[in-house]
Design a protein around this ligand. Structure first.
Ligand SMILES: Nc1nc2c(ncn2[C@@H]2O[C@H](COP(=O)(O)OP(=O)(O)OP(=O)(O)O)[C@@H](O)[C@H]2O)c(=O)[nH]1
Length: 337
């Protein structure tokens, strides 16, 4: 019996995974895709963003959101039952896309495909790692020589990033629109040296890639994990304790530019890794999405507010452990609260 292909999409917080998924959904061409989206925080944002894209192959029932934790640590409780339920559907999908949280390690998730319950029915077609080219260029995932010299050297960002790269079949060097040619060449060279031999590196903007290039790789990754050594192979536990996430609520806003200014200041002052969510703007019938990955901030409308939906905003904040939640909340809410 032909096994159902599943593609795992990995990449650090804000790298462009959801943008890639959106492109893949748009190119489904009649094939039925199911999408499992996992987020680190307990408030899911990506599932709602994808549902709002309105592509015919992206019906709400085909998007399954697993919030509150990293898939790599909740495989038994959450992922396996979800997969089983998908396989039991009267009309199972043709291909499954799994967007992991930006902090998840892909390997424990791929290992779950060896479990007898699903091994005979699903195979991991490939692991795609999306890299934020602009963040990589600034050295965000690389320890400084001073950090390396410390005996207790431990850089959780670097570990997650390199484990994600090490498991990949294809690496998308994304956000190349933000890099000048010289920086792009430098980044490309550094990244090429960091991936496994033979792994293709593709340059992308907003994750726009031909689905035929990244889907249908037939890599059977679950049988090939020994060839993909990572930091955590020795049984060292994956420390999500290194990161934390919380949500800030906002009333309807009259001055979104003022909120943007407060967000920029807050992100800079508290080294926030990722911030995303929705806000309501007075007089505007559409919901505004706010996205920040590192220092870059974006705001756009994605869909109309529902008739009975409360016009309130919610922003998820993710950073290294030790965030001053009270100060961040105060600063974001400012006079708008
Ligand atoms: N300039 C630029 N921005 C991009 C590109 N790709 C994604 N973005 C922006 O980066 C932000 C994060 O993109 P997402 O696709 O949501 O990233 P993600 O990896 O799914 O984020 P998490 O799920 O939170 O880890 C959004 O504001 C995107 O619009 C790109 O190629 N260029």
């Amino acid at each position: 019996m032909r096994r159902l292909p599943a593609t795992v999409i990995t990449g650090f917080l804000g790298a462009g995974k959801t943008s890639l998924v959106r492109h893949l959904i748009e190119q489904a061409a009649g094939r039925r895709l199911a999408l499992i989206v996992n987020e680190f925080g307990d408030v899911g944002v990506d599932g709602g963003l994808l549902a709002a894209c309105g592509a015919p192959s992206c019906r709400p029932g085909d998007i399954i959101e697993l919030a509150n934790g990293c898939l790599c640590c909740t495989v038994a409780d959450e992922f396996l039952p979800t997969m089983q339920a998908l396989l039991e559907r009267p009309e199972p999908p043709d291909h499954i896309l799994i967007e992991t949280s930006g902090l998840a390690l892909p390997k424990p998730l791929v290992t779950a495909f060896r479990w007898p319950e699903i091994r005979s029915r699903v195979t991991v077609d490939g692991v795609i790692a999306v890299v934020d080219g602009a963040a990589f260029a600034t050295g965000r995932f690389t320890s400084t020589p001073e950090q390396m010299a410390r005996p207790d050297h431990d850089n959780p960002l670097e570990e997650v990033f390199t484990d994600q790269l090490a498991t990949a079949d294809i690496v998308l060097l994304n956000k190349v629109d933000l890099l000048d040619p010289a920086t792009l060449a430098e980044v490309r060279g550094r990244l090429a040296a960091a991936v496994r031999p033979g792994v293709h590196l593709l340059e992308t903007t907003h994750g726009a890639v031909d689905a035929r290039v990244v889907l249908g790789l037939n890599a059977a990754v679950e049988e090939d994990l020994a060839a993909r050594p990572t930091h955590h192979d020795a049984g060292e536990p994956h420390q999500h304790d290194d990161f934390e996430s919380f949500a800030v609520t906002l009333p309807e806003l009259t001055d979104p530019e003022a909120l943007e200014a407060r967000l920029r200041a807050t992100i800079a002052a508290h080294d926030i890794l990722r911030l995303k969510g929705f806000v309501a703007i007075a007089g505007r019938p559409a919901r505004a999405v706010i996205q920040a990955a590192g220092p870059r901030l974006e705001r756009y409308f994605d869909r109309m507010w529902g008739e009975n939906e409360p016009r309130a905003g919610q922003l998820v904040v993710i950073g290294c452990r030790g965030l001053d939640r009270a100060a961040i909340t105060r600063q974001i809410q400012g006079a708008a609260a």
